[in-house]
Every structure is written in structure tokens, then in C-alpha cells.
Ligand binder design. Structure first.
Ligand SMILES: *Cc1c(COP(=O)(O)O)cnc(C)c1O
Length: 393
């Protein structure tokens, strides 16, 4: 055997996630592993719930991290809230709404699709039409921040509509949490899930979730058992619930939870509102540079996510070659377009720890150099200046 330890290259991660991890979080992760029922670990779990309640702006008692990535948080919401025979209205305006449909159908329910163009926000009028046409629907699901396109939808209005027609709501906040306002209690969201590797700047592999009292009631009153043993919240709460004596359900990912705890402490130190503002500020600087270069965005200004910028690819360059050169020569990762947007856009992430002035200027400089060297039809040499002008305003 000649295989030795793996040492990854040092990259700057400015794609759709994972995003750069704060070194404080990596340090927290390397602390000693203890037992998952150790009293000090249990105390850390209680703090974790409080920190997540802060991040989600909720008092929901059922707020905790699922021991698996964002996709598992998504599945946890669907398998617990949806029963066979249910009708679920799914708003789709990108890749992740399509996965919601899969989850609905695999839960034995019917998905009523409300479709919007990729790059658009979810249209509340279309949702209301679907609610009127399907009075027997039980649930509405939508993606708050579509990472595949960079569009943000008006969660408050969509949830209000769903409730007007007696539906509970499932909201994907994987990319919005920490980067844009997510007000779970004020907006009355029933079930919400997120991920650790986007605006929380943490390592991938955990999915914070939160459930309202109405959602908890539906879960407690199910007549059909949750199809997934691992994700059945009635069982998971034996470990994560407070009050009751904690019992073994699965071995918690101890060190990953240290990492999430640290990332939430960092978020609390900065302050949620300051974090939202920082994400917006760096987005506007990047935008100044991108537009000076002569490139555009696919999302309308009003619906643009600050943490995920879908930027049009200029004529005359090869998408994959540009991304390859950025990675090879600059150790810089940006994202490719997904699905219908493949080859049409790059997805430049400014998420969490990666959302900073240095990264914005670095990315614009590297992109400018690579595009110019490859003969891309852009305005060369002006992007960095446009961004610094923005910052000095
Ligand atoms: C990244 C992402 C997911 C999936 O999260 P994983 O951690 O990759 O499983 C789900 N929804 C949205 C909107 C995302 O951006």
C-alpha cells in the first residue's frame, strides 16, 4: 500500500455550496469526541437548540439539526407531514422544487405542480389558483431561495395564502438561512429545513429543521406510520426532545455538531441582521463589477438572492474551460449552471464566511483575467475598480 494521508488543496469556494468554512469551525470540529449521551454533550445540545431558534427566529420547541445533509432535512419534512393519499401543492421554479415533487410522490401522495420559469420568483397568484382548484390539498411546499437560479420568493405571502386555504407549509431555506431574512414565527412557517454548508459557513452534513405546533400536532396524530424509521420525528425526539430522558436513537455526529454549534455562536456574535446586511453589501459590490464587465444577471433585480449570483456567460468562451482555469490557476471554485441553465450561467456564491470584500475583488479580478485571456467578449480591466468604487461609496 502506498496511499498516504489526504491533503486537499486550499480553494476559495464561491459556488452554490459548500462555501468556505470559518477556521474557528474547523478547530471546533477537531476537539475530543465524547459520548452522545455524555452530560456535557447533552448540555451542548440544549444550547444548539437555542442557537438554532435564534437563527430561525422562532420559539418552536421542535428545532434541531437532522444528522444528515439538507436533502435529508427536506425528506424529514415531507415524510413526517405528508401521508399516503394526501394532496400537496408544490411550487417549482428551479431544481429543488423538482426534488420536492419526488418526495411527495415517494410519500404516497399526489403532487399538484405550480410552475414558474427558472429565474423567476414563485408567483403567488398561480399558487392561489391552485389552492382554489384543489380544496382538498393539505400542504403547500416551496423553495425560499432557489440555489439553481438565484431567485428568492416571498415566503411571507406564500405561507399566508396556504393558511387561508387551510394548508400547512414546508419551506426550503437551505440557502437563505443566515444570508437573507428567514422569520419562521413572524411568517408562521410550519416546517422548515436548511443546510450547514451554505450561509452558515459550516462543514456539510447537517440539516437544521424547525416545526410549528400545528406541524407537531399533525405528526403526533398520524394514522399511518412515517415510512422512514430514521427520520420519524416521533422517534428522533426520544433523543433530541427535552424533558423526557434521552434515549439512544442513532449515534449523533458528535464533532459535526461541535462545528454547527461554533458556526451558530459566530452568527450570534455577528448578529443575524448584520449578516443579512453583509451578504447584501458584497452582492451589490460583485454586481457592480459584473455589470462593468458587461455581463448580466438572469434574475430580476427585485428577486435576486444576494448569496447566489447567476451571471450570464459571455459569447466566445467555453463554460467548462473558464471554470477549469479558475480552479487550476486561482484555486477558485465557482458553480456551473444546472439543468436548463447549463452552459448559460455561472453561479457565483457569496455565502457565509465566503461573503467578504477580499473574495469579491479576487473573484472579479480572476474572472476578468481568465475571460480576457480566452477571448471572451467583455469589458476588460474595469470590474475590480467598479467594485472598489462601490465599497468606497
Ligand atoms: C443545497 C440545497 C439543497 C440540498 O442540500 P444538501 O446538503 O446538498 O443535501 C436543498 N435545497 C436547496 C435550495 C439547496 O440549495
Amino acid at each position: 500500500m502506498s496511499i498516504s494521508s489526504f491533503h486537499p488543496p486550499e480553494r476559495t469556494l464561491m459556488g452554490p455550496g459548500p462555501s468556505d468554512v470559518n477556521p474557528r469551525i474547523l478547530e471546533a470540529m477537531s476537539r475530543p469526541t465524547i459520548g452522545h449521551l455524555d452530560p456535557s454533550f447533552v448540555q451542548m445540545m440544549e444550547e444548539m437548540k437555542e442557537l438554532l431558534q435564534y437563527a430561525f427566529k422562532t420559539k418552536n420547541a421542535l428545532t434541531m439539526p437532522v444528522s444528515a445533509p439538507g436533502s435529508a432535512g427536506m425528506e424529514t419534512c415531507f415524510v413526517n407531514l405528508v401521508s399516503p393519499g394526501d394532496k400537496v401543492i408544490v411550487c417549482q421554479n428551479g431544481v429543488f422544487g423538482g426534488r420536492m415533487k419526488e418526495n411527495v410522490e415517494r410519500s404516497g401522495a399526489t403532487a399538484i405542480m405550480v410552475e414558474d420559469a427558472w429565474g423567476d420568483a414563485v408567483d403567488a397568484n398561480k399558487l392561489e389558483e391552485a389552492l382554489k382548484a384543489n380544496p382538498d390539498a393539505s400542504t403547500v411546499a416551496f423553495v425560499h431561495a432557489e440555489t439553481s437560479t438565484g431567485a428568492i420568493s416571498d415566503a411571507k405571502t406564500l405561507v399566508e395564502l396556504a393558511h387561508k386555504y387551510d394548508c400547512l407549509t414546508i419551506v426550503d431555506a437551505v440557502t437563505s438561512l443566515g444570508g437573507s431574512p428567514v422569520l419562521v414565527d413572524e411568517w408562521n412557517i410550519d416546517a422548515i429545513y436548511s443546510g450547514t454548508q451554505k450561509c452558515l459557513s459550516c462543514t456539510p452534513g447537517l440539516s437544521p429543521v424547525s416545526f410549528s405546533e400545528a406541524a407537531q400536532e399533525r405528526i403526533a396524530n398520524r394514522t399511518h406510520p412515517v415510512q422512514s424509521w430514521f427520520m420519524d420525528l416521533n422517534l428522533v425526539m426520544g433523543y433530541w426532545g427535552s424533558g423526557a430522558k434521552r434515549a439512544y436513537h442513532h449515534t449523533a455526529p458528535i464533532n459535526s455538531l461541535y462545528a454547527l454549534h461554533e458556526s451558530l455562536v459566530i452568527l450570534q456574535e455577528e448578529g443575524l441582521e448584520n449578516s443579512w446586511k453583509r451578504h447584501m453589501d458584497n452582492h451589490l459590490a460583485l454586481r457592480a463589477g459584473v455589470e462593468a464587465m458587461g455581463l448580466g444577471f438572469i434574475v430580476n433585480e427585485a428577486d435576486r438572492l444576494p448569496q447566489l449570483n447567476a451571471v450570464t456567460i459571455p459569447d466566445g468562451v467555453d463554460d467548462a474551460a473558464v471554470r477549469g482555469k479558475l480552479l487550476q490557476d486561482y484555486n477558485l471554485e465557482i458553480g456551473a449552471g444546472l439543468g436548463a441553465l447549463g452552459g448559460k450561467v455561472w453561479r457565483i456564491g457569496l455565502m457565509g464566511y465566503a461573503s467578504n470584500k477580499t473574495n469579491v475583488l479576487f473573484c472579479l479580478g480572476a474572472l476578468d483575467a481568465v475571460l480576457t485571456s480566452m477571448g471572451g467578449k467583455i469589458e476588460s480591466g474595469v470590474a475590480v475598480r467598479a467594485a472598489t468604487d462601490y465599497y468606497s461609496k
